[in-house]
Design a protein around this ligand. Structure first.
Ligand code: SAM
Length: 173
C-alpha cells in the first residue's frame, strides 16, 4: 500500500516473527511511511478511533477461531475506521472439507469447521483455522455495523471439498 501512494500505513500481527519479516522487507525495499506493530487484531487499543480510511484483512480472520474474539475483531475494525471507511477482507470459507495436498495431510486435519495443525514432533493436533460459511461471515460483518458492498466466493484449491476463499468489501456507514 505504501509503495502505491498511501501516505500512512500501519501493519499489525501477533507473531513477532511476522513482524520481524515485515520490517526486514520494508528495510530492503526502502519503504519508510509504514509502522509495523506487534498487536492483536481483536484488541487494537493502541490505534485511535476513526483514524483509518481502509483496513485490509489478508487471511487473518480465519485464524481467529473463537466467535467472541471474531466479534472483537470486527468491532475493533469498525472502531478504527473513519466514517465511509472500507474493510477489504479475504478469508477461507465453506465448503472446505478436505486437505487435498498430500504433503499437508500429514500436518493438517479438518474437523467440521475447524482446521487442526499437528504440533511439532507430536501426534497432538491443535485448532489453527476456522472455516465459516459465506453467510456466517456476512452476518458477522452486519452485526458489527459494517455494510457489505460486494463479495467474491472462489475455489482456490480445486476438487470436491477443496479450499474456498471469500473476498469482500464492506463499509462503515
Ligand atoms: C494465514 S497468515 C496470513 C499472512 C499474510 N497476511 C498473508 O496474507 O500472506 C495469518 C496471519 O495472521 C496473524 N494473526 C493471527 N491471529 C491474529 C490476531 N488475532 N491479530 C493479529 N494477527 C493475527 C498470524 O500471526 C499470521 O501472520
Amino acid at each position: 500500500m505504501a509503495s502505491r501512494g498511501y501516505q500512512s500505513v500501519v501493519g499489525i500481527d501477533t507473531s513477532q516473527h511476522a513482524v520481524a519479516m515485515a520490517k526486514m522487507r520494508l528495510k530492503d525495499e526502502r519503504i519508510r511511511n509504514v509502522e509495523i506493530l506487534n498487536i492483536d487484531a481483536t484488541n487494537m487499543q493502541r490505534l485511535e478511533d476513526g483514524n483509518f480510511e481502509v483496513a485490509i484483512d489478508s487471511c487473518c480472520l480465519h485464524c481467529i477461531i473463537e466467535l467472541e474474539e471474531r466479534k472483537n475483531f470486527f468491532s475493533s475494525v469498525f472502531r478504527v475506521l473513519k466514517k465511509n471507511g472500507s474493510l477489504l477482507g479475504r478469508s477461507m470459507c465453506q465448503p472446505y472439507t478436505e486437505i487435498r495436498n498430500p504433503h499437508y495431510r500429514e500436518h493438517f486435519r479438518i474437523d467440521g469447521k475447524v482446521v487442526l495443525r499437528r504440533l511439532p514432533e507430536s501426534s497432538d493436533f491443535v485448532p489453527c483455522r476456522i472455516v465459516r460459511s459465506m453467510e456466517e461471515i456476512k452476518d458477522e460483518l452486519s452485526a458489527a455495523g459494517l455494510e457489505l458492498s460486494w463479495s467474491v466466493h472462489e475455489l482456490i484449491i480445486p476438487g470436491p471439498g477443496g479450499c474456498h476463499h471469500l473476498t469482500y468489501h464492506a463499509k462503515k456507514p
